[in-house]
Design a protein around this ligand. Structure first.
Ligand code: NAP
Length: 331
């Protein structure tokens, strides 16, 4: 299989163009490194599908997610980083005489001396009857993308975290009624979002409740529900259901390559280096406590600077942590 892209061997290949990958691209390219970002869909990641981001510094009135994502993409391109539309299917380390990692896509191979994994996460599904069949016909995982179709309609949001409540607030601007269905009796979402939702008279809550099926002939018509405390079953007539019950890391293509934790997130050290020297991970895809746009961007900067140190022959890991490289860095 041949190589794709104009250059044979990059210094840094970043997989994923969300806030972590774009920031890594900005830092790496500005350091003079040949940098490419490989993205299977559109740049921006989850930030691009978030209606409004109110806690990213520098925007006291908040900023729409797509606008922030697009500004990051422009900045990455302006910094000299190229962004290519390829899905990476596997990463192969340099052989004993090799000089670079090979990143395989369906169209060909990209070679790079270091790799930053910034592939983020994808939405967790309910796994109930009707969900898959009615996806795109009332079942959605993106309120920003699909919410406008529900103007004047009744919708449900499943979940009790930041995503569910932020998107319920967005949907309440267009839908007549937004019912938040949560499996417990208190929200996981932060205080700011919680309080805003509680006082919104278009938002109602169904506590201790799970969805057992999504029903509809052509499009979603109703949800079947079960109260987890009483076992009582009921149904709720809605035209749409937005599922926000957490995320799953996009790491299947790395299986057996770098160390993952039990949930599939990439395990890194404090310089964001993975178990394989020369491969770094940044943003939501790595094992960590806080997943915010600002922490993803910060990760991108840290990973790019660690990759730069690695390429310069210094240890990416802080002194004493013992990074050893098993292959030559430059041919
Ligand atoms: P999350 O924090 O993991 O919350 C998932 C929610 O879904 C929880 O309320 C959970 O219930 C519920 N849930 C999980 N599995 C379920 C199932 N099978 N059936 C029904 N309910 C289920 O996910 P998230 O809200 O998407 O947030 C992900 C990360 O992004 C978090 O770190 C969050 O802080 C961050 N984020 C931040 C913002 C922000 O503005 N600040 C916005 C969006 C996301 P339990 O509570 O019972 O576990």
């Amino acid at each position: 299989m041949g190589t794709v892209g104009e250059r044979r061997v990059y210094d840094v290949a970043i997989i994923g163009a969300g806030p972590a990958g774009l920031t890594a691209g900005i830092y790496a390219a500005r350091s003079g490194l040949d940098t490419v970002i490989l993205e299977r869909t559109a740049p921006g990641g989850l930030a691009a599908t978030t209606f409004r981001i109110e806690n990213y510094p520098g925007f006291p009135d908040g900023i729409e997610g797509p606008a922030l994502a697009s500004a990051m993409e422009n900045q990455a391109r302006k910094s000299g980083c190229s962004i290519m539309g390829y899905e990476v299917q596997s990463v192969v380390p340099p052989g004993s005489n090799g000089r670079a990692f090979a990143l395989y896509t369906a169209e060909g191979r990209v070679e790079s001396r270091t790799v930053i994994v910034a592939t983020g996460t994808h939405e967790k599904q309910l796994g109930v009857p009707g969900e898959r069949e009615l996806r795109g016909r009332g079942v959605s995982y993106c309120a920003t993308c699909d919410g406008p179709f529900f103007k004047g309609k009744r919708v449900a949001v499943v979940g009790g975290g930041d995503s569910a409540i932020a998107e319920a607030l967005f949907l309440a601007r267009v839908a007549t009624r937004v019912t938040v269905i949560h499996r417990r009796d208190s929200l996981r979402a932060g205080r700011h979002l919680r309080e805003a939702a509680m006082v919104n008279d278009r938002i109602a809550f169904l506590w201790n409740t799970v969805v057992t099926a999504v029903e509809g002939s052509e499009t979603v018509e109703r949800l079947h529900l079960r109260n987890v405390e009483t076992g009582e079953t009921s149904s709720l007539d809605v035209e749409g259901v937005f599922v926000y019950i957490g995320f799953v890391p996009n790491t299947a293509f790395l299986a057996g390559m770098v160390r993952l934790d039990d949930a599939g997130y990439v395990v890194v050290d404090e310089s964001l280096e993975t178990s394989v020297p020369g491969i770094f991970a940044a943003g939501d895809v790595r094992a960590k406590q806080v997943r915010q746009v600002v922490t993803a961007a910060a990760d991108g900067a840290v990973a790019a600077m660690a990759a730069e140190r690695f390429l310069a022959g210094g240890a990416a890991r802080p002194a004493g942590k013992g990074a050893t490289r098993a292959w030559p860095l430059r041919s």
